[in-house]
Structure formats: structure tokens, C-alpha cells
Design a protein around this ligand. Structure first.
Ligand code: ATP
Length: 651
């Protein structure tokens, strides 16, 4: 390769004594680093990341190979490269958020010279996918987030001021009352959503901030203003910032301190931004006049559209190999390694998690309850649609079994009607699954960024959903109950409504549990419907309790089926105290209790309140299981990953 240096036009001039090709290994820039350093010095060495390939003959595919670099407080590192080169994977790996099928094969990531888990509040990470509560406005989203994330000692007015300032910094002041939008409802534009996501992560001025494509969807002027604000905050609060970025304009490019250029998963360059130009020039790829250097680097190392760039794919791959090899033998690389050694030699502060500073449990619960309540109110699919369907079904039941009376045939009609109420009505809770999944996604992202705790989420969701569940169980329940003509005693109606309400609460808990374990919409709906379907089958209606096969159906399914307790409670509530004729048109001689005992195989000695109590206990247990499951997933996943990495790669 040649060594021509063309450096006119808008490509920045290299600074001969401070970096670039031929750079002298100078003494470390951080000779006086002390144990009490405040910022976060993030270093990563020889990061290798691989994915299990679907093609067995290939085995493992390497996504990143030997990527090394560092980021310092008050500076921004730009991660650039063609689409699919591994930028997001590098950020994910630094943030400890690699997907379950991806593993670290090599490498070491340290903060202030220490190994530290970066998830759940140590850093802020704006991922590529925008996950926001779509029913809220910009102002509500940022205000709620400020109340959750900012220190408990900070007065509310100050939190609002910080939120307002951050909104202005991201240029969203004109969209304050615009809803985010989604599900076919137009709201914020893609670029505005991205800026809103940045707002949420900037609120606390975190020590480490990772941004995955913060300027995608923004015009060049907005990109510059957004990045410039981030730079100002980076300097002001000594944040350590890494950002993956596509196509920065030359002004934006000039804002970065260091550049990490990736291609085919390898580092083609890591070093000062200003020295990159000289590196490319020395290796035979000088930046042409009037060309944005960032565009030039990306054009040189893009293999996707090789006909349009340098030549055939093989040629571009060769160029990348040579650039990567040239970089590894350069003085820039040696200096990077020596800087990392210096940074790692001194163990500095452990980065504190946000949790110890932010709002306490009660405040988190209150804020989350209000936010969730608003979301449920505004999302028609969450409860309102279900309410309409329930009213329709309640009316349908009422007309089908209209005023069943106390004749002999009303026994079967009662059984069928109560069976429908306790099973199919609760089955419809699956209809809310898409909304649960959206809420779980927001929770999972906010949780990873440490905005609040698992307990606050579970408690607040339960509280905010309770009024809606009461409405959707009481109104349709009252319609069906009165039209069918079940026993006309208020206390019996109250029991009937309570059973329907607690069953709904229970199925919701179950659905949340499924959404936590299977966050995929279709798979979640199928799994949820499968579990509820099995519980209905084992409830003692389709086969009477004494006829259920022992294995699986009776033990354990019959005992853990929520529908069993709901059904038996409703049967007891309705049949106790009634008498029916033994034959059509005959005098009332068959006691309701006898029907319960002999026809329905139900122990009448057990009070219906015990059934309701068990249902309520199960509803509480499901929420506790939800809490434990989320906690277990958080704790166990990294251990399993670390174990799998060790057993697969032996290091
Ligand atoms: N979970 C995964 N399973 C399989 N392959 C994956 C997974 N995650 C990433 N990859 C692959 O790793 C490569 C790098 O992906 P990554 O998302 O890091 O690229 P990127 O540089 O961020 O791309 P873009 O700029 O388009 O967002 C891609 O080829 C991608 O298909």
C-alpha cells in the first residue's frame, strides 16, 4: 500500500506529534491516577464474541475478534463501521447484555481497573430499539422517569427543572404534549422518539453512557445539535460516553475524541479521531478533497456493496485484513495498549448503582402505579375492549339461559352457565397479552438501566390493574347474573363477583409470568392459552373430580387449577339452599347439596369462602412467583452465560 498523504478539503489535519501513524509511544497520559478517581475509566481488551451458527458444519461464527479500546471520563468514543460489522454487539458486550445465543469467547472488560457487572443501574444504555410507553406524552414520560431516577433527596421542583432542561437540550420542547404513539396511532417521529430515549438516559448524568445510533432518523443539523449537547454534558459531568453511529457529518465527527472503526468484526482502527485520517492516508487510502472523512473510512471498509466501492468483495476483505494488521502493528495500537495498562494498574472506585440514590420503594410504587394506570386507561386494547366483549358475552349468557327458574332442567343450565363464567371469561384475559408484553418490554429495559426495582413494578402493576379488573368483572357479571336469574340475594351476588374478580386477577398474574419468561408475543399467547386450557380441563367439569385419572390430571393439576376453586365456589354459592324437583313438573325434593355431593363430586363440608381464600392466596402467590422469577432470571442468566462461555471456550 502507498503512503500518500492527501489532507486538504474538509478532512482534518493530522497532528504529527500527538497521534496517528508513526506516533511516538509517549508516557502515559494518566500518570497521577489515584485510587480516589471519580469518573469511570472503561477498558476492553481483545474482546471476542461468537454466536452458535444454525449451520452445524460451521459451528460457531465469530462476530467480534480481538477488539481493544478504552473510554475516559469527559470524552466520547465513536464506534463506526458498515452495517452488521458488530457495533451493537460491542456495546451489548460492554453493557453485559449479549443475547442468549451469543457468548464472549475472549477478552476482559474493566471499569476503573476492576471487574464489575454493568447491568441494573451501573450505566445508562440507549439501545437501538426504542421501547417507550406509547400512550404517554413526552412530558409525562420524562417527568415520571425523573421522579423514578433522580435522587430521593432532590425536591420535586428540582426534578421537574432537570426534566425540562433535558427536554430542551434534546430539542423536544415543541412536542411536550405529543403522545409517543404506536399500534397504528401516529405520534412522535422516529427521530423524536430517539431523542426522547436519550433524554431518559441523560436525566441522571450517568457515569457511563452507551448510545446505539442516537442520531438515526435525524437530519444533519439536528444530529449536530443533539451530539453537541451530549458533548457539553459529557464535559460538564465528566461522563464516559460510547456511541455507535452511522454517517456522522464532518461537524459531528469532529466532536468525537476517539474513533473505534470496525469491519467484519475486527478493529481496523482505534485511536484519536484526528489521527485516523493519517492512518488511512499512510495505508494508501487518503481522504479525497471535500469528502467527509467518516464517509471515506466507511466506503473503504464496506464489503456489502463492493461493486460500488473499491472492487470485488475479496479485494475489500483483503483491504480490511491489511488495514487491521497494519493497525495492530502500529504505534497507535501500542499506545492504546500502554494507556490501558496504565488505566488498569490502579484500582479506582467501584461505580455505584443508581438504586442506592434514587426514589425509595414507596415513591417508585406511587409513580409507577400512576403511570401504569394512565397507560391502561388510554390503551383501548388493555381493558376497554375486553369490557365490551365481556358485556357482550354477559348479555349472550343472559339471553341463552334467560330466567332459568327452578325446574329440573335448570340444574344442568346452572352448571353450564357457571362453568362458562369461571373458565371462558377468565380465558379471555389472554386478550390483554399484547399490552402486557409491551409493558414488560418497557419494564425490562428500564430495569436493565436501573430505573427502579422489581418489587415496585410487581406491586404497582397489581394496584393499577385492580380497579379495571373490578369493573370488567362487576358489570358483565351483574348483567349475566340478573338475566339468568341466579339466586337473588345480594351476598350471593357479591360472592359471585368476587370469584370472577379474583380469577381475573389470577389469570393476569399468570399472563404476566408467561410474558416475563416468554417475551415473544405469539409464543406467549400460545403458551398462556395452553396453560389456561389445561387448567380448565383439569378443573373437574369435563371429567368429574372422582373420575379424573390420578397421574397428572388429579395430582397435581386438579389441585393447582385455579378454575377448580372458582368453579366449586360458584357451584356452592348457587346450589346451597336450593331445592329442585326429582322429575319434570314434580315437587321440589332434590336438595342443592345433594347435587353438589353426588352429581358434581364436591365436598360440601368445605366452605365456599375457603375456595375464595385459596383463589386469593393463589393470586398473591402468582405475584410472588412473578417477582422471584424476574429476580432469578436476572441472577441466573449471567451465571449460566459465564459457565457456558467457560465450558465452551475453556477460559
Ligand atoms: N443474537 C444474534 N444471533 C445471531 N446473530 C447475531 C445476533 N446478534 C448479532 N448477530 C450478528 O452479528 C453481526 C453484527 O451485528 P450487530 O447488530 O452488532 O451489527 P451492527 O454493526 O450494530 O449493525 P447495524 O449498524 O446495522 O445496526 C450481524 O451479522 C448480526 O447478524
Amino acid at each position: 500500500m502507498g503512503s500518500l498523504i492527501h489532507n486538504n478539503g474538509i478532512c482534518p489535519e493530522p497532528e504529527p506529534d500527538t497521534g496517528g501513524w508513526g506516533i511516538q509511544i509517549v508516557e502515559s497520559e494518566f500518570p497521577v491516577m489515584k485510587k480516589t478517581q471519580t469518573g469511570a475509566y472503561l477498558t476492553w481488551e481483545d474482546i471476542g464474541v461468537s454466536v452458535s451458527s444454525s449451520n452445524r458444519s460451521v459451528g460457531k461464527e465469530q462476530i467480534l475478534t480481538g477488539v481493544t479500546g478504552y473510554a475516559k471520563p469527559g470524552e466520547i468514543v465513536a464506534i463506526m463501521g458498515p452495517s452488521g460489522c458488530g457495533k451493537s454487539t460491542l456495546l451489548d458486550s460492554l453493557a453485559g447484555r449479549l443475547a442468549s445465543n451469543i457468548r464472549h469467547s475472549t477478552g476482559r472488560i474493566l471499569i476503573n481497573g476492576r471487574k464489575q457487572r454493568l447491568t441494573y443501574g451501573t450505566m445508562s444504555y440507549m439501545a437501538q430499539e426504542q421501547v417507550l410507553t406509547w400512550t404517554l406524552t413526552v412530558k409525562e414520560t420524562v417527568y415520571y422517569s425523573a421522579e423514578l431516577q433522580l435522587p430521593k433527596s432532590m425536591p420535586k421542583s428540582e426534578k421537574r427543572q432537570r426534566a425540562d432542561r433535558t427536554i430542551r437540550e434534546m430539542g423536544l420542547q415543541d412536542s411536550l404534549n405529543t403522545r409517543i404513539g404506536g399500534w397504528g396511532i401516529k405520534g412522535l417521529s422516529g427521530g423524536q422518539r430517539r431523542r426522547l430515549s436519550i433524554c431518559l438516559e441523560l436525566l441522571t448524568h450517568p457515569k457511563i453512557l452507551l448510545l446505539d445510533e442516537p442520531t438515526s432518523g435525524l437530519d444533519s443539523a439536528s444530529s449536530y445539535y443533539v451530539m453537541n449537547q451530549i458533548v457539553k454534558l459529557t464535559h460538564e459531568y465528566q461522563m464516559t460516553v460510547l456511541t455507535a453511529i452511522h454517517q456522522p457529518s464532518s461537524q459531528v465527527f469532529g466532536l468525537f475524541n476517539n474513533l473505534c472503526l470496525l469491519s467484519l468484526g475486527k478493529a481496523v482502527y482505534f485511536g484519536p479521531t484526528f489521527a485516523a485520517n493519517q492512518f488511512f492516508a499512510v495505508n494508501g487510502f487518503p481522504c479525497p478533497d471535500l469528502q467527509n472523512p467518516a464517509d471515506h473510512y466507511l466506503m473503504t471498509i464496506n464489503t456489502d456493496f463492493n461493486e460500488d466501492t473499491i472492487g470485488g468483495k475479496i479485494l475489500v476483505e483483503k483491504v480490511i485484513e491489511e488495514l487491521a494488521a497494519s493497525y495492530k502493528s502500529s504505534n497507535i495500537y501500542k499506545k492504546v495498549r500502554s494507556d490501558i495498562d496504565t488505566l488498569c494498574a490502579v484500582e479506582g472506585d467501584i461505580i455505584e448503582k443508581k438504586g442506592s440514590l434514587q426514589a425509595n420503594f414507596m415513591t417508585q410504587c406511587l409513580v409507577l402505579t400512576e403511570r401504569s394506570f394512565k397507560n391502561m386507561y388510554r390503551d383501548l386494547g388493555y381493558y376497554w375492549l375486553r369490557l365490551c366483549i365481556y358485556i357482550g358475552l354477559g348479555s349472550a349468557l343472559g339471553t341463552l339461559f334467560y330466567q332459568i327458574g327452578l325446574g329440573f332442567d335448570s340444574v344442568n343450565a346452572r352448571i353450564s352457565m357457571l362453568m362458562f363464567v369461571s373458565t371462558f371469561l377468565t380465558l379471555l384475559a389472554i386478550g390483554g397479552f399484547p399490552s402486557f408484553v409491551e409493558e414488560m418490554k418497557v419494564f425490562q429495559l428500564e430495569r436493565l438501566n436501573g430505573h427502579y426495582g422489581v418489587g415496585s413494578f410487581v406491586v404497582s402493576h397489581t394496584i393499577s390493574s385492580t380497579p379495571y379488573l373490578l369493573v370488567i368483572s362487576l358489570i358483565p357479571g351483574a348483567i349475566a347474573y340478573s338475566l339468568v336469574g341466579l339466586q337473588r340475594e345480594p351476598r350471593l351476588f357479591i360472592y359471585f363477583s368476587l370469584v370472577v374478580f379474583v380469577s381475573m386477577l389470577l389469570v393476569e398474574g399468570l399472563m404476566m409470568l408467561v410474558a416475563a419468561v416468554v417475551p415473544n408475543l405469539l409464543m406467549g399467547i400460545i403458551s398462556g392459552a395452553g396453560i389456561v386450557g389445561l387448567m380448565i380441563l383439569g378443573a373437574g367439569f369435563f371429567r368429574l373430580p372422582n373420575d379424573l385419572p390420578y397421574f397428572f390430571w388429579k395430582y397435581p393439576l386438579y389441585y393447582i387449577s385455579l378454575h377448580r376453586y372458582a368453579l366449586q365456589g360458584l357451584y356452592k354459592n348457587e346450589f346451597k339452599g336450593l331445592k329442585f324437583p326429582q322429575y319434570v313438573g314434580g315437587p321440589p325434593t332434590v336438595d342443592g347439596e345433594m347435587i353438589l355431593n353426588s352429581a358434581l363430586h364436591i365436598e360440601t363440608g368445605v366452605s365456599k369462602w375457603i375456595d375464595l381464600g385459596i383463589l386469593f392466596g393463589m393470586a398473591v402467590a402468582y405475584r410472588i412467583i412473578l417477582f422471584c422469577t424476574i429476580k432469578a432470571i436476572e441472577r441466573v442468566r449471567p451465571i449460566i452465560k459465564a459457565f457456558m462461555s467457560k465450558s465452551t471456550f475453556g477460559n
